[in-house]
Design a protein around this ligand. Structure first.
Ligand code: TRP
Length: 343
């Protein structure tokens, strides 16, 4: 069914009504398009965002204007944006449940950010972590980086979002959004909901093959949509100690087992017992892990390939998401313009 058919239109209307009547909470989340995801990203944040879509009205925004603070290459921006949309669709983000859209399609975000800029002081924003880090590294932060939290406040507040699912590193940004809402409400009258951060509990930090946190910058990561060959090569490269097959091993200190915890659900108790008893060697453990990772990744990869074949359909999903987002933001900005006296 085409996403813009009259029937789908009608379903959306009913859905909006359903949300209102049942007082379903609004979630707004943003993801920066900056390169390919790895399984640490998946288990740390992406999956949880997909799990949430069943119980909330869900807006997921591709934060390309935030990415612009560090990406200066149009081709890269375009590709990363589309890739990110495909990634999320492939892991199960359902456009019937989630409004997926590009931040730049909704000019009201940047418009509201300007209004917030005029309420936000320089000393206040100078305390933001990302800005301070940039200064500490002797970089010359651009104004976009300095202003990053204000645009993020606009992203969140314009939807009257109740909840903002973020990693621990984004907590300060949600606090800045709360402060901004309170300040605006104090000066211009009750307008914005005060959002709550929903801190995604890092499903234990996923370690990379060298034992450090899995991260692109350490180059110790397994890309989420890896081929079977890449999975094999990666698992074989995971560092282990030199214990022999018959020696007892502590599963919670082993990097291979750390990944079993993510993908070897049914076998986990048995594997744990065999580690402790000393009846499994790292070679066998790795072979089992390869099989389970392939079982988990291959369908995602195939789904991704399928979705990527029809880029126009993905762009249509983003356009449809923007249309739904726009309904909210246009109405909200009308109210805001009145409140500040520029209508
Ligand atoms: N700053 C967030 C990050 O880097 C991305 C983001 C932009 C966001 N706008 C948002 C997250 C609004 C939640 C809500 O992860």
């Amino acid at each position: 069914m085409p996403v813009n058919s009259p029937l789908v239109e009608k379903l959306y209307l009913w859905y909006d009504l359903f949300i209102m009547v049942n007082d379903i909470k609004i979630i707004l989340s943003g993801v920066k398009p900056t390169g390919r995801p790895h399984i640490g990203n998946y288990f740390g944040a992406m999956k949880q965002l997909v799990d949430l879509q069943n119980d909330y009205q869900d807006f997921v925004m591709i934060a390309n204007y935030h990415a612009l603070t560090s990406v200066n290459d149009a081709e890269q921006m375009r590709n990363d944006t589309l890739d990110l949309a495909i990634d999320y669709l492939a892991i199960g983000l359902d456009p019937k449940k989630t409004h997926l859209f590009k931040q730049s399609d909704i000019a009201e975000h940047t418009e509201l950010a300007w209004i917030f800029n005029c309420l936000t002081t320089v000393p206040y924003l100078s305390r933001a972590h990302a800005y301070k880090d940039s200064l500490a590294k002797n970089k010359e932060p651009n104004i976009g980086l300095f202003d990053y939290p204000v645009l993020m406040a606009a992203d969140i507040l314009i939807y009257d979002a109740n909840l903002v699912p973020v990693g621990q590193d984004q907590k300060q940004h949600v606090e800045i959004a709360r402060d901004t809402a309170e300040k605006f409400n104090r000066i211009f009258g009750e307008t914005f909901k005060i959002p709550e951060p929903m801190i995604l509990k890092s499903v234990e930090t996923v370690p990379g093959n060298d034992g450090r946190k899995m991260s692109k910058s350490y180059n110790n990561h397994l890309p989420l949509f890896s081929t079977d060959e890449e999975i094999k090569k990666y698992v074989m490269s995971i560092k282990t100690d030199s214990k022999g097959v018959e020696e007892s091993k502590n599963p919670d200190e082993d990097l291979v087992f750390a990944l079993h915890k993510l993908v070897s659900d049914d076998q986990l108790p048995e594997l744990r017992a065999r580690y402790e008893k000393g009846s499994i060697g790292y070679k066998e453990s790795k072979d089992i892990l390869v099989a389970n990772l392939i079982k988990f990744i291959a369908p995602l990869r195939e789904k991704r390939e399928e979705i990527a074949k029809d880029k126009d359909a993905v762009l249509a999903i983003l356009a449809e998401g923007a249309k739904e987002a726009k309904k909210k933001t246009v109405a909200k900005m009308e109210e805001v313009r009145k409140k500040v006296g520029v209508n």
